[in-house]
Design a protein around this ligand. Structure first.
Ligand code: 15L
Length: 265
C-alpha cells in the first residue's frame, strides 16, 4: 500500500510520519521544504500547486493525506493559491491516477463561529461558519472534496481538525486537542479500504472537556484513546476553571473569531 502525505514537513506531517510507517506500506512524502526519507519512506520535493510535481507524487498511490497548506490566518492571495489551488491540484491528480481515497485536512475554523448553542456534542456536519480567510479556505476545501466525490466517486474524508500538537498548550485545547496518536488513528480509519464515500469528521481526542461529536468518526472506525485532561492541572496551574460561556470556550474557533482578516499570524 502506498500512502502519500502532502505537507509532510509541516507540524502534522512531522507528528504523523513515525506513526504511519509500517511493514507493507510505502509512505511517500511531498513537501516544498527539504525532507529526508527514513526507512519505508520516499521523498518528493516540490509544491502542491505544481501539477507535474503532484502527478509524480500521486502516481501509484492508494490514498493521499493532503496536509499541505497555510495553517493559520494569512493574506488572501496566498490563502487562495496554497489552500485552494493546492487542493484542486491534488484532487485532480488523484482522480487522474485512480487513487481510491483522499483525506483532506480541514479545520475547526471552517465552522469557527458555531457555538455550544448549536449543539453539545456538536455534529461534524454542522453548517460551515468560517472565522477567518483561513477558515473560509478550509470550508472551500471541504466543498471541493464533496465535488470530487460526487463527480468522480473518489472517497473523500474531510477532517475538521482541532488542536494537534504533542501536548495541549492552553485551556481551550483541553477541549479541542487531537493527540498525535489519535491523529494517526484518524488517518488509519480514513484510509482503510472499508471506508468509502464522503465523510466529514471532527479531528479531536476523547477529551473530558470535548464538546464536538465523535459519532461521525466512530462511523468510519475512529475511536480516539487520549484525553487532554491529564494535562489540565499543569495548564490551569491552580488558576480558575475556564468559563464555557466565555467566547474563547463558547465558540468553536476560539480566538480566531477576533483575528483581523488577512493578517498573517
Ligand atoms: C488550526 O486550524 C491551526 O492550524 C492550528 O495551528 C491551531 O490554531 C488550531 O487550528 C486550533 O484551533 O487550535
Amino acid at each position: 500500500m502506498t500512502l502519500l502525505l502532502t505537507g509532510a514537513a509541516g507540524n502534522m506531517g512531522t507528528l504523523l510520519r513515525p506513526r504511519l510507517v509500517r511493514d507493507g506500506r510505502t509512505l511517500r512524502l511531498l513537501d516544498a521544504a527539504p525532507l529526508t526519507a527514513g526507512p519505508g519512506e520516499q521523498a518528493h520535493a516540490g509544491s502542491v500547486t505544481d501539477p507535474a510535481v503532484v502527478a509524480a507524487a500521486v502516481d501509484g498511490a492508494d490514498a493521499v493525506v493532503h496536509l499541505a497548506g497555510i495553517s493559520g490566518e494569512a493574506g488572501w492571495d496566498e490563502i487562495v493559491e496554497t489552500n485552494l489551488t493546492g487542493t484542486r491540484t491534488v484532487l485532480d491528480a488523484a482522480v487522474a491516477a485512480g487513487v481510491r481515497t483522499v483525506v483532506l485536512a480541514s479545520s475547526n475554523h471552517a465552522a469557527g463561529f458555531r457555538t455550544r448553542a448549536d449543539g453539545v456534542p456538536l455534529p461534524a456536519t454542522v453548517e460551515q461558519a468560517p472565522d477567518t480567510y483561513y477558515g473560509w479556505s478550509k470550508a472551500a476545501v471541504e466543498g471541493m472534496g464533496r465535488l470530487y466525490h460526487e463527480r468522480y466517486g473518489l472517497t473523500v474524508v474531510s477532517l475538521r481538525i482541532g488542536t494537534c500538537f504533542e501536548k495541549p498548550r492552553n485551556a481551550r485545547a483541553l477541549a479541542t486537542w487531537l493527540s498525535p496518536d489519535d491523529a494517526a488513528r484518524l488517518v488509519e480509519a480514513s484510509v482503510d479500504p472499508d471506508t468509502r464515500g464522503h465523510h466529514l469528521v471532527w479531528g479531536v481526542s476523547a477529551n473530558t472537556r470535548r464538546w464536538w461529536s465523535l459519532e461521525e468518526g466512530a462511523a468510519i472506525g475512529f475511536h480516539p484513546r487520549d484525553d487532554a485532561e491529564v494535562f489540565a492541572a499543569e495548564i490551569l496551574a491552580g488558576g480558575p476553571e475556564p468559563d464555557p460561556a466565555a467566547p474563547e470556550h463558547h465558540r468553536v474557533g476560539g480566538g480566531f473569531c477576533d483575528l483581523p482578516l488577512g493578517v498573517r499570524m
